[in-house]
Design a protein around this ligand. Structure first.
Ligand SMILES: [Zn+2]
Length: 67
């Protein structure tokens, strides 16, 4: 099964997201283009789960950067 996820950087709108495949849930996920902190792997997993289930409720970028 192929799952297309919509995870974009809220800083540069890029979708080149670096996900630490071998990391734990607390591993930081960064934008490869601008280096913005997009949260943790747990955050990404939660987002993907919601999208896969078709229950995506947000109509805006999933991540709001704090900086
Ligand atoms: Zn970025």
């Amino acid at each position: 099964m192929t799952v297309s996820i919509d995870v974009r950087c809220d800083n540069c709108r890029g979708n080149a997201i670096s996900i630490p495949i071998n990391g734990g849930d607390e591993s930081p996920v960064d934008c490869e283009d601008c280096g913005a902190d997009l949260g943790t792997l747990a955050d990404i997993k939660t987002l993907v789960s919601l999208q896969v289930l078709g229950r995506k409720k947000v109509g805006r970028p999933a991540f709001m950067l704090l900086n």
